[in-house]
Design a protein around this ligand. Structure first.
Ligand SMILES: Nc1ncnc2c1ncn2[C@@H]1O[C@H](COP(=O)(O)OP(=O)(O)OP(=O)(O)O)[C@@H](O)[C@H]1O
Ligand SMILES: [Mg+2]
Length: 263
């Protein structure tokens, strides 16, 4: 029986590239409606592959899910085209914050609304809503995206995704390459969107400190396997988690006994 409170259920998925390189071999997690889930893990742990599997974008990269299931709103995503998933509210913002650099910020945003066949008045209402969440984008609305900062390009990529009126936003490392204050700003805005509109969010991050501060739950990947899951507030307390799975040094205050508890 599918649980109606669960918007996304990933169950023991295995994935390969070119039918040869194994990237995932046992990733499971669930996202409840209205929740932010952080997918954590070091370089190459399988975060991006998981997000692409969820959005059914692996086939475009010669990748395939070989085992396990992914259900969005109770239905198997492998039977759906990525575009149809977007129309249904599962909207990815993948790495590299792909903006059209020769279009203005506003043109980039409007491009995100086109697939929805939105009416003009609807599009301008959505734009105003996005500008209320990202005031910097309003200031830069007439600037070519290629001339805006990395943080503004990330905001534009998120704003463009919001134009599709997502119910589940899937983000790959929104903090990548950005200054700490901008990262805070972006995560605060994601949290606000989540609180005010019930938007569910799946966010992959190497920056576990910031992700755990804003997420409700987290799942940790190690070498293509989900090895640990829990409430973000609990994981945040555990130096051992950071040291063992996230490739970060424990602070000098972390006692060795706590480290042994996980080994
Ligand atoms: N297009 C591809 N073709 C072949 N192998 C790939 C491809 N993309 C990823 N891989 C491999 O799959 C594994 C998981 O990579 P993935 O990009 O999902 O990890 P990640 O957690 O997102 O890492 P990062 O933090 O560096 O972004 C790695 O071993 C990687 O080398
Ligand atoms: Mg990645």
């Amino acid at each position: 029986m599918p649980d109606n409170d669960v918007i996304l259920a990933v169950d023991t998925i295995h994935a390969t590239y070119n039918h040869a390189i194994t990237a995932l071999h046992g990733v499971s997690f669930e996202i409840r409606r209205g929740e932010i889930l952080a997918l954590l893990g070091a370089n190459g742990a399988g975060k991006t592959t998981t997000l692409k599997a969820v959005s059914n974008l692996l086939p475009a990269e010669r990748g395939q899910v070989n085992a396990g299931t992914i259900r969005y709103d109770g239905a198997d995503v492998s039977r759906r085209k990525p575009g149809s998933l977007v129309r249904d509210g599962l909207v990815p913002v993948l790495e590299g914050r792909h903006c059209f650099k020769s279009l203005t910020v506003e043109e980039n945003l409007v491009a995100g609304g086109i697939g929805r066949s939105g009416r003009r008045t609807e599009i301008s209402a959505d734009l105003e809503r996005i500008y209320s969440y990202f005031p910097r984008l309003k200031e830069k609305r007439r600037t070519l995206s290629g001339l805006t900062s990395g943080g503004e390009q990330q905001m534009t990529a998120i704003g463009r995704a919001l134009m599709s009126r997502p119910r589940l936003l899937v983000l790959d490392e929104p903090s990548m390459g950005l200054a700490p204050l901008i990262v805070q700003d972006i995560f605060q805005t994601l949290r606000k969107l989540n609180r005010e509109s019930g938007l569910s969010i799946l966010v992959a991050e190497q920056n576990s400190a910031v992700a755990l501060r804003y997420a409700d739950h987290a799942t940790v990947l190690e070498n293509g396997v989900s090895v640990l899951a829990g409430a973000a507030a609990d994981l945040r307390q555990r130096e051992d988690v950071r040291a063992f799975y996230l490739g970060q040094q424990p602070s000098p205050a972390a006692k060795p006994t706590r480290l042994h508890a996980v080994a």
